[in-house]
Ligand binder design. Structure first.
Ligand code: ZN
Length: 146
């Protein structure tokens, strides 16, 4: 199929390049098979080029820098969170140790009284249950005082 050459091909290519076809050129397209064919071919190529640019996701220098900055900030935040978490764990452990050291005997007898219905439960289990109950409270108090 040879639609022949049309003197308006350059004009049409230019219009396609700008993404805008004026009404007058559009009217010519309706009448000119050669231009319609060119628009079909060139339009597809131009679309491909536009899509390729949009999808290539090549970061600009600014975007790259921003991304690196965001990443290092996230890493710094993660480090801070981690050390904060370690600090809380240490505080909690110290709080538990202090509670056990100062109130171990009272807790034990209190636990013994509290588990009247549970007689037969190993004493160590009772103490562990009490510690589980008290540890979060003690840790919270210790952290509040920091
Ligand atoms: Zn034409």
């Amino acid at each position: 199929m040879n639609a022949g050459h049309c003197e308006r091909h350059d004009e049409l290519l230019d219009a396609l390049g700008h993404g805008f076809i004026g009404p007058e050129l559009d009217a010519h397209l309706a009448a000119c098979a050669s231009c319609r064919e060119l628009r079909l071919v060139a339009g597809a190529l131009l679309d491909d080029r536009v899509n390729a640019i949009a999808e290539s996701d090549v970061p600009s220098a600014g975007a790259m820098l921003w991304r690196i900055r965001m990443r290092s900030r996230r890493e710094a935040e993660a480090r801070a969170r981690q050390s904060l978490f370690v600090g809380h764990v240490v505080t909690l452990a110290i709080a538990i140790a202090l509670v056990v050291a100062f109130f171990g005997a009272e807790l034990a007898s209190a636990a013994r009284n509290a588990i009247g219905p549970l007689t037969g439960t190993p004493f160590a289990v009772v103490v562990a249950m009490w510690l589980l109950l008290i540890a979060p409270i003690a840790g919270w108090v210790a952290m509040r005082q920091k």
